[in-house]
Ligand binder design. Structure first.
Ligand SMILES: CCCCCCC[C@@H](O)CC(=O)SCCNC(=O)CCNC(=O)[C@H](O)C(C)(C)COP(=O)(O)OP(=O)(O)OC[C@H]1O[C@@H](n2cnc3c(N)ncnc32)[C@H](O)[C@@H]1OP(=O)(O)O
Length: 873
């Protein structure tokens, strides 16, 4: 069967490049009329002309996706209709200190854009009883991702939105599908961290065929379902829920009672696969709850004395129930509600019962006012329960833009604004607990609630990112889905509040819980083992169809439960595996991904580093922050990822002993100018593990991005050589990784430049302060374990010296690589010999006193626009 799209009209937003362009080409090649939408006119027209030149039919449209009517009008005008809509347009704003505008912009392009285009296409789809919609989510949305609160919210919002569209569209032959393409998922670990052979697979050409397959009238019915794909890997993902526990909803239903049964609530030993809200049998739960014995209480009892808690939407219902319970348990409660009457009455109720509470009547969007009230009244905030919400239910056909916006504003923007307002306080006090409110509707979609399902799903994405970003600061964030709209909701207790007060533990955050009456359970993503198509030959939509059963099989024993974008990517078809890897190595590569971690530095760290690699008080550009040329010596780029990389565990290697570990090689690529102060995010993983017989040689790779700009600053590859840890099997010789593994033989002639410099006896003691506190460099006892009479100098310190020598003679460089060929003792004299070969400086560093080579196979690639002083030959 060949899937033909003759007679179909496909609108692809953001089709000027990348994924959108691949869709446009593939649909056109299958006979479809294509509307190539992109804000960039030139790019859109180029795609159109290449389609038409190949005999296809296409027109360009340059409207914003938020002007869905204009986008769809192009299809009607040019081709008389629309049958398929691919919502693909998107932008990325990865920032640490997110402004409201940055938040709003992302919601507008991704979420509102998809809403607007779908809204415009919907009547045509309904009338013709056929329509296909693809929405583009991302692993960042499904799992949350560092630095992407706005993006992950928008992307997860699309999951909820799509599920509702699928429900509403079913009887009109309209299918809606969500994809999370890994080219986007990979944004946390983009090109530089990908092995080249893998990168080749991360092409749009390996994603487009899936989209084409599921949009075809005869293609598999994927409506309402979520798929992760990239580099030939395709898998389906769905919610899995723990069976949970049912408790008696009486006076004994307290946080302590929940704590008592926490392990049962979060146990996935028995699971369910809810597909919608209806199969949560409310009556059964109610009956069980009524018949349950009084609840046992955990000791010591959970109390909230001295804690200040903000509860939004607390004037009635669930919010009121939270407020009363927290107050009873000793907390200072900020009762926020848009209705002053509601808020005041709850405060009265609490006060009458002897509790402490203050009302703040304002919109939940006014997070700053709510937080200010808390600070003024109680001097602190510890917990935020974002509960406020409104409903504007309407079938999608009838839903107005205002109804969409209003629901988004209160639920999503309100949650964001409150989280944003408490965040700096939580960060500063290194304590914070956030509970946000999603809904089963956000998880599964519901008829008449496109707006609500999108907003509620978006809150899951937002919360997961808050959990990731908060983990450094002991800020935990969890999201609960209370089953709304029943009398029983007033007895619901949000389980995380208990968990929140357990010891801080990364495991206790970023979770989704469903609760109803006395029932509580946890939900998580389950992913099929999926199918991996070979990336060395073109993938066709028909190939996808032929493997559909495997792609969607949750029961073949290969399903996984990814909890982060990194993990998801790591599990995708053993992405980093190498056929020559032993089982031990393959497992380690898959299981251990370090980060994303934040690291910040200021001019103080820059000076400390520069001093650590021998800069002097005369070299003001390196030691005085007031100097106009002040900045780090470029090898500083090895510092920010250090903690992340060294957190990669090595103890899975046989006989691992840290004292026997030596730094073997280092490669640093500097991708953008190094700021004098910044916060960056690094992710590291194993790239290659070699069995050298007696020793193990482990190459790790890391990517470091500027948190405020999202730009990659550094790629580092480092090899550690672990003596005594060999013999585990697998390959002995590494791959050719370009500059990172080049042998850099020095030319036969005399060096073009030589710099000699003595290190200080205290050099290692000083250098340690930049981050590598390996005792090998300071403790004689530890050095003895490594077989050294005295502590040795850090390999990266020696590299810093050499890097400084190259900088002095040849100017700045974009990468530097070395092998650590021999040890250096602090106090020895380093001699760097340098040869300029084209834009490369090959160098060798020796220890003068012992005439031994310590840095070999080494080179730096000079900046092409290098204005630095030319070498004095
Ligand atoms: C992720 C965690 C991050 C934390 C990292 C940072 C930790 C730091 O705190 C630690 C440090 O800074 S240690 C100080 C800097 N490093 C050194 O001083 C090591 C100096 N080098 C040596 O002593 C030897 O080269 C030595 C011992 C490395 C090798 O010598 P030999 O055992 O004699 O090896 P040889 O017989 O020459 O070769 C055997 C095989 O190994 C390969 N090889 C040699 N040197 C290598 C090196 N430096 N790096 C990587 N591979 C190396 C050889 O190619 C050879 O391979 P094959 O058998 O396949 O031909």
């Amino acid at each position: 069967m060949t899937l033909s799209f003759k007679g179909h009209t496909v609108v692809v937003t953001g089709a000027g490049g990348g994924l959108g362009k691949a869709y446009a080409h593939l649909f056109a090649s299958r006979g479809a009329n294509v509307v190539v939408n992109d804000l960039n006119k030139e790019a859109a027209e180029k795609v159109v002309s290449s389609i038409t030149q190949a005999g296809g039919k296409a027109v360009a449209n340059i409207s914003s996706a938020t002007d869905g009517a204009a986008v769809v009008k192009s299809a009607i005008d040019a081709f008389g209709g629309i049958t398929i809509l691919i919502n693909n347009a998107g932008i990325l704003r990865q920032v640490s200190n997110m402004s409201d505008q940055e938040w709003d912009l992302i919601q507008s392009v991704h979420l509102k854009g998809a809403f607007a285009c779908t809204k415009a296409a919907w009547p045509y789809f309904r009338n013709q009883k056929f329509g296909r919609i693809i929405n583009t989510a991302s692993a960042a949305g499904l799992y949350g991702n560092m630095g992407q609160a706005n993006y992950s919210a928008a992307k997860m919002g699309l999951v909820g939105f799509t599920k509702t569209l699928a429900r509403e569209g079913a009887k009109y032959g309209i299918h809606a599908v969500v994809i999370a393409p890994a080219s986007v998922a990979a944004s946390a670990m983009t090109e530089t961290v990908m092995p080249p052979q893998l990168l080749a697979g991360f092409k749009p050409e390996f994603i487009a065929p899936f989209v084409v397959a599921v949009t075809h009238p005869d293609g598999p019915n994927a409506s309402g379902r979520v798929f992760e794909l990239g580099a030939g890997f395709v898998a389906e993902i769905r919610w899995q829920r723990s069976k949970g526990v049912v408790m008696k909803p009486d006076d004994t239903f307290t946080p302590s009672a929940v704590k008592e049964r926490w392990n049962e609530i979060t146990s996935f030993d028995q699971v369910e696969y809810p597909e919608n809200m209806e199969n949560q049998s409310i009556t059964t739960i109610y009956e069980q709850a009524k018949g349950a014995p009084p609840n046992k209480q955990a000791e010591p009892n959970v109390r909230f004395d001295g804690k200040t808690i903000i509860i939004t939407g607390a004037g009635a219902g669930l919010g009121r129930a939270y407020a009363l319970m927290f107050a009873r348990l000793g907390a200072n409660v900020i009762v926020n509600d848009v209705s002053a009457k509601g808020a005041d009455s709850v405060v009265d109720e609490i006060k009458k019962a002897g509790g402490k509470a203050i009302a703040v009547a304002c919109s939940v969007e006014d997070g700053d006012t709510i937080v200010k009230t808390a600070l003024d009244a109680f001097g602190a905030v510890h917990i935020l329960i974002a509960n406020a919400g409104i409903l504007r239910d309407k079938s999608f056909t009838a839903m107005s833009e205002k109804e969409w916006d209003d629901v988004m504003t209160v639920h999503l923007r309100g949650t964001y604004k409150c989280a944003k307002a408490v965040w700096p306080i939580f960060q500063k006090q290194k304590y914070g607990r956030i509970v946000t409110t999603t809904s089963s509707v956000g998880m599964f979609g519901n008829f008449g609630q496109a707006n609500y399902s999108a907003a509620k799903a978006a809150i899951i994405g937002l919360t997961r990112t808050l959990a990731i970003e908060g983990s450094r600061y002991n800020i935990l964030a969890n999201v609960i889905a209370p089953i709304a709209g029943t009398a029983m909701t007033s007895t619901i207790w949000p389980e995380e509040m208990v968990r929140m007060f357990k010891a801080s533990n990364e495991d206790n955050t970023g979770k989704v819980f469903q609760v109803l009456g006395g029932w509580a359970s946890q939900a998580r993503w389950q992913r099929t083992g999926g199918h991996s198509f070979p990336v060395n030959k073109p993938l066709q939509p028909e190939d996808v169809v032929s493997k559909w059963n495997i792609i969607t099989d949750f029961d073949d024993g290969r399903a996984t439960y990814p909890t982060s974008a990194q993990e998801a990517l790591g599990q995708s078809n053993d992405l980093y595996s190498d056929p020559e890897d032993s089982e031990l190595v393959a497992k380690a590569k898959k299981e251990h991904i370090s980060g994303p971690d934040e690291f910040s530095w200021t001019d103080r760290d820059v000076i400390l580093y520069n001093l650590g690699v021998g800069a002097t008080e005369k070299e003001l550009q390196w030691t005085f922050e007031g100097d106009e040329n002040f900045g780090p010596i470029p090898t500083f780029g090895v510092i920010p990822p250090f903690i992340t990389t060294s957190s990669l565990p090595m103890d899975w290697l046989p006989n691992f002993n840290l004292g026997r570990l030596l730094h073997g090689e280092q490669y640093l690529a500097i991708k953008n100018p190094i700021p004098n102060a910044a916060t960056v995010i690094t992710t590291s993983r194993f790239l290659e593990v070699l069995d050298k017989g007696k020793a193990a040689s482990v190459r790790c790779i890391s990517e470091t991005k500027d948190k405020s700009t999202g730009k990659v600053l550094f790629e580092n590859q480092q090899t550690v050589f672990i003596r005594g840890s060999g013999g585990f099997g697998g390959k002995r010789t590494g791959r050719d990784l370009g500059a990172a593994t080049a042998t850099n033989e020095p030319p036969k002639r005399q060096p073009d430049a030589v710099i000699e410099e003595k290190t200080l006896p205290s050099q290692a003691a000083l250098y340690r302060l930049s981050g590598d506190r390996n005792p090998l460099h300071i403790s004689p006892e530890f050095a003895a374990i490594g077989g050294f009479d005295t502590p040795i100098l850090h390999g990266l310190c020696t590299l810093g010296y050499a890097g400084k020598h190259i900088l002095k003679r040849f100017g700045s460089y974009e990468d530097i690589k070395t092998r650590f060929a021999g040890v250096v003792y602090p106090g020895e004299t380093l001699v760097t010999e340098m040869w300029k070969e084209g834009n490369k400086v090959i160098f060798v560093t020796k220890v003068k006193e012992r005439n031994t080579t310590v840095l070999a196979a080494a080179a730096a690639t000079l900046h092409s626009d290098n204005n630095a002083p030319k070498p004095k030959l």
